[in-house]
Design a protein around this ligand. Structure first.
Ligand code: GLU
Length: 377
């Protein structure tokens, strides 16, 4: 069985493992208080899913909103990075104990996992997080994940839990991600415009779909707008994981959204192998290699990236670092691990393989990015 419709997300046969992402505006009310009654209902739903044989990972926002209220910080704790870090430190304790209490009341064990971007971008640390998640799920616990906002700085943070949830789903080898938010799903234009219609199903995200998202968080409590949700859907899609956006504001939100069939379901068109999916979902890249049309065509046919087709090199990267590959129009067409550092790439760009040994003064590598270390976007 595979996932074909929203209600399949709670079918243990079609979707043995699911990641539930819960936005700040669902967990915390306008006064900064936890919505305990709502939490009771979702904890009961999680328990029901578990009894039906589904494994559940929760990615929960709300630390910054809870902490900001407790500390009396302006702008919900999002006025500055320092405020967000401090609010998260205070709020994460409250958030973890809420989940621990609510799940315990349902006979479930909550397990906290606080991750930074690098925990999922560095391959070794990613595999480490993946094995922790696997062990927790095997033991029957419910992992409750958040970004470690108190130590994350601007350059090294996800900043939104939508993309974090998609990366966690990859690491947990989940079948689907359910983003519970305060919007009904993706609309074909700004939902405040008259005539805007909800898009129920997306098979593959392209520029038309991207143009529908408008950025910005509707509630002002979280940081994820539709743009970050679409980015999350792209990460999931590349890994062969379905992703749905539904409105979770009602009590018992999962049943309410899925039974009503209201939301947007993104179905994957492909399933890259695990390592390539990880590479394709990387958010932080050290540089950019721009390539000419002939090279772009060769990559599309599965070839390695050769120096002769490179027309530009940007960024400071070392051998083995992840870089983006852009075509002549600036569109990202691939991610890959560079075989050379940036300066070597610049020296070799546009030059034929036969010249490489002379330019470098040592034995050259077969390609600038080998096809085994590259994923097309
Ligand atoms: N990690 C943040 C928090 O716990 C939420 C990020 C988001 O809004 O997506 O408050």
């Amino acid at each position: 069985m595979t996932i074909a419709a929203l209600h399949d997300l709670t079918d243990a046969a079609a979707c043995p493992r699911i990641v539930l992402k819960i936005g700040s505006s669902l967990l915390v009310d306008g006064a900064g208080k936890a919505r305990r009654d709502w939490l009771d209902t979702i904890a009961a739903e999680i328990a029901a899913l578990r009894r039906a044989g589904q494994q559940v990972v929760v990615v929960s926002s709300g630390a910054i909103a809870l902490g900001a209220a407790q500390m009396g910080l302006a702008k919900g704790g999002r006025g500055s990075l320092a405020d967000a870090q401090a609010a998260a430190s205070v709020g994460q304790i409250a958030l973890a104990s809420l989940w621990s209490d609510k799940l315990a009341a349902q006979g479930l064990t909550a397990a906290q996992l606080l991750l930074t971007l690098d925990d999922l971008e560095d391959r070794r640390r990613y595999l480490n997080a993946a094995s922790t998640l696997a062990r927790l799920l095997e033991s029957g616990a419910v992992p409750v994940v958040n970004e470690n906002d108190s130590v994350a700085t601007e350059e090294i943070r996800f900043g939104d839990n939508d993309r974090l949830a998609a990366r966690v789903a990859q690491a947990a080898r989940a079948d689907a991600v359910l983003l519970l938010s305060d919007v009904d799903g993706l609309y074909d234009r700004n939902p405040r415009e008259t005539g805007a219609a909800l898009v129920p199903l997306v098979r593959g995200i392209d520029d038309t779909v991207r143009a529908m998202a408008d950025g910005g968080s509707a509630s002002g409590l979280g940081s994820g707008g539709m743009t970050s949700k679409l980015q999350a859907a792209e990460i999931a899609e590349r890994a062969g994981i379905a992703l749905a956006i539904v409105n979770g504001t009602h009590p018992a939100p999962i049943a309410h959204a899925l039974d009503g069939g209201i939301g947007t379901l993104f179905l994957p068109r492909r399933r890259d192998r695990a390592r390539k999916a990880w590479l394709g979902g990387r958010l932080r890249l050290r540089g950019v290699l721009t390539v000419d049309a002939g090279c772009a065509a060769a990559l599309a046919e599965g070839g390695s990236l050769l120096a002769a087709g490179v027309t530009g090199v940007e960024g400071e990267f070392a051998r083995g670092d992840a870089v983006a590959v852009h075509d002549g129009t600036g569109r990202a067409i691939a991610h890959g691990l560079a075989e050379y550092a940036a300066a070597e790439c610049a020296a070799l760009q546009g030059r034929r393989s036969a010249e490489h040994a002379d330019i470098l003064g040592y034995a050259p590598r077969a390609a600038v990015i080998h096809r085994d270390h590259m994923v097309l976007l």
